[in-house]
Design a protein around this ligand. Sequence first.
Ligand SMILES: NC(=O)c1ccc[n+]([C@@H]2O[C@H](COP(=O)([O-])OP(=O)(O)OC[C@H]3O[C@@H](n4cnc5c(N)ncnc54)[C@H](O)[C@@H]3O)[C@@H](O)[C@H]2O)c1
Length: 269
Amino acid sequence: MMNRVLITGAAGGIGSALRESLRGVYPVLRLSDRTPVAPARDGEEIDRTDLADMTEVERMVAGCDGIVHLGGISGENTWESILQSNIVGLYNVFEAARRAGTRRIIMATSNHAVGFYPRAQTIDHRVVPRPDSRYGVSKAFSEALASLYADKHGIGFLCTRIGNFGPRPIDSRRLAIWVSPRDYTQLVRIGLEHPDIRFEIVYGVSNNRRSWYDNSNADRLGYRPQDDSEPYAAEILAAEAGQAKDPIAERYQGGMFCAGEYDAAAPPE
Ligand SMILES: NC(=O)c1ccc[n+]([C@@H]2O[C@H](COP(=O)([O-])OP(=O)(O)OC[C@H]3O[C@@H](n4cnc5c(N)ncnc54)[C@H](O)[C@@H]3O)[C@@H](O)[C@H]2O)c1
């Protein structure tokens, strides 16, 4: 039973939304971030922790039955920033959870862990990672570390490769990868409550007609997404008509993450 659920990255976009959608679902939500989080209401605890500090992280996870791990750098950045938040910080959370006996972790991994798959290919949860950035590498690392802590320490992990979270899709790429707040909440609840999860990778996407993903592993776990980006398609495509597009970004699922910083002498094929 989930009594106290920790949300890291609780001051961020997804964390703020889950704070509302999970309110009252579990008796206590512990809301943690390194930046200030709005004051606690009934059934909430506020925590201020930098994930890179193991002593603080151990205090943060103490007494939590499940963790929704959203905290970290959420896009491409310098190696030093990625290293501290998404590699060291991630290790600290999983290792502190092991020491504390936490049984479930929902990991916010990303489409950018597999961003160099072409848009022409439908991929499922079994493909090998093809990260499109230092950020994507950190998300592939999170999946590998989750696999280790599942196999060796029996923590149950649901790794959600989130597409793009928001109230509506914002461009044509996001028509394929959008996830609505209510659908992502459903997925998080499956991760926390499903009786039989050891190590699973699923795509954190809505039921988009234009999806690049075979999300049958999520279906198998009972995920029934309610939303589809299609009603937004005509308006988005009309707004983009005639816009110049980067051909590399258009070829790959990771979009502009694939088109940045590459070696001009050996561009992505
Ligand atoms: N928003 C999306 O569409 C999307 C897509 C794919 C993956 N994700 C992943 O989901 C998670 C949440 O995304 P978001 O959009 O809410 O991001 P966000 O940037 O809005 O929130 C991330 C939060 O993590 C906190 N954080 C960063 N480093 C930290 C550290 N060292 N210690 C403590 N807190 C730290 C930040 O202060 C921030 O509040 C991230 O891990 C992101 O990579 C998001």
